[in-house]
Ligand binder design. Structure first.
Ligand SMILES: NC(=O)c1ccc[n+]([C@@H]2O[C@H](COP(=O)([O-])OP(=O)(O)OC[C@H]3O[C@@H](n4cnc5c(N)ncnc54)[C@H](O)[C@@H]3O)[C@@H](O)[C@H]2O)c1
Length: 277
């Protein structure tokens, strides 16, 4: 598991829970210690809810080791990349992972919007590169979007679907296209909600209440944007805007402003709402 942020800790958790020995890698040591703390807290919550025993929780945690070096993937059968949503970071990582992982290993990306075909082309094993897009929070959400790049082999897709099912998830196969299905539909809604706040149509609380009570969404779009991370939302919208070439994906200036101010949502303690306590 490469990248130990919002998504990486959840993905490591579900793999370890399903019995996989899991190496969690990040360039930032503090991201690794935060990830372990989050996984531990999530396991404790599950035990309290009766979804597993204390012993099972300890076994799950015991299967996760952390590292700041990609050497940790040298014996991996399956690698999931969930580093920051930045094409340059991911292209470099896929080049390095191709060298570091054994020849038979599948390299999966949890990217929300970046081309799987382009990531595959950075490696010498494009047939074994695939998108495996988990939803946040990973231990709770059912869906995994499985994205086939142009060169992805049938066997790679079959194996990824099988693994997603073994993790207790429901995989849905889609083809490679900016934002796939999930973010091509979700991000324009979040962006429009931000425009509503920016244009003074309503407060964040009012926008979210309309969408929760009026449309039956469990979380309003602005609370969801805070959960995803406003920097990640902006990065996804940039890809949709650039790659599809349609101004309907133009990121709201208020989103840019909040990201520039370091208000990234839950992970920074402040986004459209405050989370410091
Ligand atoms: N946040 C969400 O709700 C969500 C949902 C689905 C998919 N995703 C995708 O998952 C990926 C990760 O998103 P996130 O929200 O966890 O981001 P995040 O900002 O919380 O974490 C990213 C982590 O990647 C690490 N990182 C950066 N460069 C690295 C490198 N070269 N090697 C190893 N680690 C590196 C950072 O130190 C950080 O800990 C992105 O591609 C994002 O689009 C996010």
């Amino acid at each position: 598991m490469v990248g130990a942020g919002t998504m990486g800790n959840g993905i490591a958790h579900v793999f370890a829970q399903a019995g996989w020995d899991t190496a969690l890698v990040d360039v930032a040591p503090d991201a690794l210690s935060r990830a372990l703390k989050t996984i531990q807290a999530n396991i404790e919550r599950l035990v309290k809810k009766g979804a597993g025993s204390k012993e099972q929780g300890a076994e799950t945690l015991g299967r996760i080791r952390t590292s700041t070096s990609l050497d940790a993937v040298k014996d991996a059968a399956f690698v999931v990349e969930a580093a920051s949503e930045d094409a340059q970071i991911k292209l470099t990582l896929f080049r390095e992972l191709d060298r570091a992982a054994p020849p038979g290993a599948i390299l999966a990306s949890n990217t929300s919007s970046i081309s799987i075909t382009a990531l595959a082309a950075a490696t010498k094993r494009p047939a074994q590169v695939i998108g495996m897009h988990f939803m946040n929070p990973v231990p709770v959400m059912q869906l995994v979007e499985v994205i086939r790049g142009v060169e992805t082999a049938e066997e790679t897709t079959r194996r990824t679907v099988e693994i997603a099912k073994a993790l207790g998830k429901t995989p849905v196969e889609v083809s490679d296209s900016p934002g796939f299905v999930s973010n091509r539909v979700l991000m324009p809604m979040i962006n429009e909600a931000i425009f509503c706040v920016m244009d003074g149509v309503a407060t964040p609380e009012a926008v979210d209440t309309v969408m929760r009570l009026g449309m039956g969404h469990p979380l309003g779009p602005l609370a969801l944007a805070d959960l995803i991370g406003l920097d990640t939302c902006l990065a996804i919208l940039e890809v949709l805007h650039h790659d599809l070439g349609d101004d309907k994906y133009r990121p709201a200036p208020l989103l840019r402003k909040l990201v520039a101010a370091g208000r990234l949502g839950r992970k920074s303690g402040q986004g459209f709402y405050g989370y410091r306590d």
